[in-house]
Design a protein around this ligand. Structure first.
Ligand code: WTA
Length: 637
């Protein structure tokens, strides 16, 4: 497969960009022509940001798995679709060719059908990083079921909330997952999540760790047994379900600044076109190359750049079950050497943590296959950028710093590897179709270069969020109401003298901890559930490896044991309610929280104290009790 829409020169990028702005419909129609449709669309784009209504390729019909699998069979049947590397370096890796993956997806699609899953049903997937996770995801798409993948680090309570919100009736999970030295009992977490649940009809359990699990009669079945049944049936073909362009492909929950996580909805055609287009262009993927995205499929990066982007492009995608630092900090480089990885796409937090181990783990590893490096999830600091460039890319691999979000479906602002200029710590230029703008507090656009503002997008792109599941108003309020007729990203941004964009971080109450999005309100809710906690306020603080750490100010009235023990109890509560990823790094017991007379917590002050910068706390005269600030400063010392 070649990619007629792959932009190979800076001029080609400029032309494409201009065309995408001047005539977006013609531009995207041309790209969409390259895919397999059951029926062509009637209208390329219908939209307004008021409701919002976003419809791409309306009237078109397709199935994304036909584009990810069937259409490659003629030319790539025996080429690797997925290469899987185990957590255990001594376990043999697995390769699934396009033909095998096509077969296995249909097999599991049959399992889903046999278990009563129908088009439009919500299937929750809670698995470790094994090929069966990709197979289950694609099998849902094959039959038109809506998948909702939940990251393995979320707790039973967090899963229960998501199952409930999605109205899920089916779960696909594993007995357990291997991650470094740990063995995470996934099924047992699911069992806890299902206490009292009345909607789940079936739990399909794939064997990985063979940890003892409870299997409830009538509800729980083994993946392997169900596959055997399908084999007995003679592995019938599963024709791909006919999906409307705007039918929901998946729901993925993500944190916002308020309340519970929201179910970001992506639909079929636009998401497919966008992940494919951005994959082929940002990474400049060439046929035959091995693409290694180190994200977990439980996050959007895994959805878009392990599964849908690469597979829709007929690429070879590498799935790694383990962690970068186990059994030692050379694991990534071993994997790169072993599979002659061409493209490595990872997060700044991983780079920073590996930097901490020095150069020894890299010594003797052959990284000469690498051609392109990528970064995603948080701003990459210059030091990490240079280390990545020098020691991993050996000064010959372009680094793409890709800015995007769960809500955007795919990369929005990034250099195109080796094609457009890069600049350390800058995401640089928008992809074709993306019209970024910076606005001030009042929503007035800030024109010109050398300016700072809140990052918004003016015009729809195919991969954008359509709604938040079953709550369209929440989608409108969160993204489309802050500034009229603009999609608001929640990020602050600088546009330099050359018109290059640099993301400066969230301007709302969303933290980015090790590249994971966590809402401060969510953590506060969890902390407040702990007996003895009266009130809390959570802010981020700069953390050398995680990017941001979680700092919790807690008003506590508990009397059980010493303060340290009580802090451990609180951490345990957060771990139960959200998951280990949201555990506070620091807890400070305080007599009160700095509030304005109208009752608003002054987070600005708390952030400064958490940063250890108390030299200038700004104006505290509007506070209800200004003396409190000094007390907190003393306690924080
Ligand atoms: C941040 C991850 C700077 C940003 C794909 C965004 C980044 C949030 C970058 C989305 C980058 C992501 N440079 N910041 N290259 N990429 N971010 O939804 O704050 O998990 O709003 O999507 O991560 O996180 P999410």
């Amino acid at each position: 497969m070649n990619y007629p829409y792959q932009l190979r020169t800076f001029e080609a990028y400029q032309d494409a960009y201009n065309k995408s702005i001047n005539d977006p419909e013609a531009f995207w129609a041309e790209v969409a022509e390259q895919f397999t449709w059951k029926k062509k669309w009637d209208k390329v784009l219908d939209w307004n940001f008021k409701e919002p209504k976003i419809e791409w390729f309306k009237g078109g019909q397709l199935n994304i798995t036909e584009n990810c699998l069937d259409r490659h069979l003629a030319t790539k049947a025996n080429e690797p679709a997925i290469i899987w590397e185990s957590n255990d370096p001594n376990e043999h890796h697995r390769v699934l060719t396009y033909k095998e993956l096509h077969f296995k997806v249909q097999q599991f699609a049959n399992v889903l059908l046999n278990n009563g899953v129908q088009k439009g049903d919500r299937v929750c997937i809670y698995m470790g990083m094994i090929p069966e996770l990709a197979i289950a995801t694609l099998a849902c798409a094959r039959i038109g079921a809506i998948h909702s993948v939940i990251f393995g680090g979320f707790s039973a309570q967090a899963i229960a909330d998501r199952l409930d919100d999605a109205g899920a009736e089916f779960i696909v999970t594993c007995d357990g997952a291997f991650r470094g030295a740990k063995d995470i009992p996934l099924k047992s977490v699911i069992d806890d999540a299902l206490v009292g649940n009345k909607t789940i009809k079936r739990v399909i359990v794939c064997t990985r760790t063979r940890t003892p699990v409870s299997m409830l009669k009538g509800r729980d079945v083994w993946w392997e047994d169900e596959i055997k049944k399908v084999e007995t049936m003679g592995n019938p073909k599963v024709e791909s379900a006919t999906m409307d362009a705007e039918d929901i492909l998946f729901i993925l929950y993500t944190s916002g600044s308020t309340g519970k996580p929201k179910g970001v909805v992506h639909t079929t055609a636009g998401y497919m076109v966008w992940t494919n287009y951005t994959f082929v262009n940002a990474f400049q993927y060439q046929p035959g190359q091995v693409h290694f995205c180190t994200a977990d499929i439980g996050w959007i990066t895994g959805h878009s750049y392990i599964i849908y982007g690469p597979l829709s492009a007929g690429a070879t995608t590498l799935m790694f079950e383990g962690v970068p630092t186990w059994p030692d900090a050379g694991r990534f480089w071993e994997v790169v050497e072993k599979f002659k990885v061409d493209i490595l796409y990872t997060a700044p937090t991983a780079i920073r943590s590996l930097m901490g181990f020095g150069l020894d783990p890299i010594k003797g590893k052959d990284l000469s296959s690498l051609k392109v490096l990528g970064s995603v999830g948080e701003p990459i600091n210059e030091e990490a950028w240079h280390w990545y460039n020098e020691h991993i890319g050996q000064n010959r691999c372009p680094i793409v710093d890709t800015w995007w979000q769960t809500e955007t479906g795919g990369v929005m602002i990034s250099n195109l590897a080796g094609v457009t200029p890069s600049k350390p710590s800058y995401a640089t230029l928008p992809l074709p179709g993306i019209q970024p703008c910076l606005v001030d507090e009042n929503g007035t656009e800030i024109e010109g270069n050398g300016v700072n503002g809140n990052l918004c997008i003016k015009f729809p792109w195919p991969g954008m969020i359509r709604t938040t599941y079953k709550d369209h108003e929440r989608c409108r309020q969160t993204y489309f109401s802050t500034y009229e007729n603009l999609y608001f990203t929640g990020d602050g941004c600088l546009r330099d003298e050359d018109g290059m964009y640099r993301i400066t971080g969230r301007v709302d109450d969303v933290l980015n901890v090790s590249g994971h999005r966590i809402g401060t309100a969510e953590v506060e809710n969890a902390i407040n559930m702990h007996a003895g906690v009266i009130e809390s306020a959570v802010v981020g603080f700069p953390h050398d490896i995680k990017g941001q750490g979680i700092f919790a100010y807690v008003i506590y009235d508990g009397t059980h044991g010493d303060a340290n023990l009580s802090k451990q109890d609180i951490i345990q509560t957060v771990s139960r309610i959200i998951g280990p990823i949201a555990k506070p790094d620091q807890i400070l017991f305080v007599p009160g929280l700095p509030k304005t007379r109208s009752g608003k917590i002054m987070r600005r002050i708390l952030r400064k104290i958490a940063e250890g910068d108390t030299s200038n706390l700004g104006d505290t005269s509007t506070l209800l009790d200004p003396s409190l600030v000094q007390q907190i400063v003393e306690l924080a010392k």
